[in-house]
Design a protein around this ligand. Sequence first.
Ligand SMILES: [Zn+2]
Ligand SMILES: [Zn+2]
Length: 111
Amino acid sequence: MDQPEFKSFSCCICGIEINYDYHGRAPPYHPKIVFLEDGYFRRDPFSKAFRPLFLGSHCGICGREVCAATTCSFFFSKRCCRPCCQANITAFPPEVQRELKRTSGVDSEAA
Ligand SMILES: [Zn+2]
Ligand SMILES: [Zn+2]
């Protein structure tokens, strides 16, 4: 068996480790999809269309790797990890600040 060599990416917030096979913004699995940000991708194994799964990216502020979970990162013109969002919350427009505050409490509200 030819085992493809996976590189792995790990989230600095939740610590999840995920294998990815492409980093960039135009995953090769789908010629028409170009993303707004450079990210880590792998091919969706459950999709016949080979849709790229967006796994995560780098925080635009601290540069650490963060996964795409809403509890770990937030995308507004660039992706930022949650701690950087909190630290720079006044830099966001008011409606985004509200969204950030609303979604930062998902852990306690999800239940
Ligand atoms: Zn994470
Ligand atoms: Zn950050």
